[in-house]
Design a protein around this ligand. Sequence first.
Ligand SMILES: O=c1nc[nH]c2c1ncn2[C@H]1C[C@H](O)[C@@H](COP(=O)(O)OP(=O)(O)OP(=O)(O)O)O1
Ligand SMILES: [Mg+2]
Length: 194
Amino acid sequence: MSKPSVVFVTGNANKLKEVQKLLSNVTKYEIINKNLDLEEIQEASLEEIARKKILQAVALLPKGQRIVVEDTALGFDALNGLPGAYVKWFLKKMSLDELVKMLEPFEKKTGEAITTVAYSDENGDIKIFQGITKGKIVKHRGNLDFGWDAIFEPLAEEGNTEALTYGEMTKEFKNGLSHRSKAFKLFEQYLVDN
Ligand SMILES: O=c1nc[nH]c2c1ncn2[C@H]1C[C@H](O)[C@@H](COP(=O)(O)OP(=O)(O)OP(=O)(O)O)O1
Ligand SMILES: [Mg+2]
C-alpha cells in the first residue's frame, strides 16, 4: 500500500520548495502539491484568512484528503501591522524600493513576518499553527527571487547575528529561523503526534 499523503495547496513555487525541506523528516506521509488559486478574504485576522483558504481547498479536493495551506504576512510595526496579509497585492503594484519607502516617515523600521498554517485532517477537522519572526525592513540586499526576502532582516535575537536579510541567507539558514519554519515545526510535531 502506498503512503498516505498530505496535500500542500499553494501556487507559490518558492514556498513549496521551503515547505518540502521543512517537512522532509515527516516519514509518515508523502507531501504532495496541488496548485489551486484560493481566494484570500480581506478584513479578517490571519487565522480567519488561513481558515477560509483551507475550507475552500477542502471543498475543491476529494473527501478524506489531508490538506494543508498557509498564508504569509509581512507587517510593519509603524503601520500597526499593515500591509500584513495584503503584502502580496502591494508587491504586485510597487517595487521593493517603494515598499521600503513607505516607512521613510517613521523612525521605527521593525516588522514581523508571519506564517499561518491551516491543516485539515482526513475527517475535516481543522488545526491552525503560526510562526512569527521579528525583523527590520531594510533597503534590498541579496537574492530578489522570493517576494520580500531581500528587504527583511531578522533581528539578532532571532539568531541572525550577522544581520543578513532573508535574501542573503542560504536556504538552510533561513529555514533555521524563518516565520515559515516556526509554523511548520509546530505542524510537523502535530503530524508526528497524531
Ligand atoms: O518567506 C517569504 N519570503 C519572502 N516573501 C514571501 C515569503 N513567503 C511569502 N512571501 C510573499 C509571497 C506573496 O507575495 C506574499 C504572501 O502571500 P501568500 O498568499 O501567502 O502567498 P502566495 O499567494 O504566493 O501563495 P499561496 O498560493 O500559497 O497563497 O508574500
Ligand atoms: Mg496567496
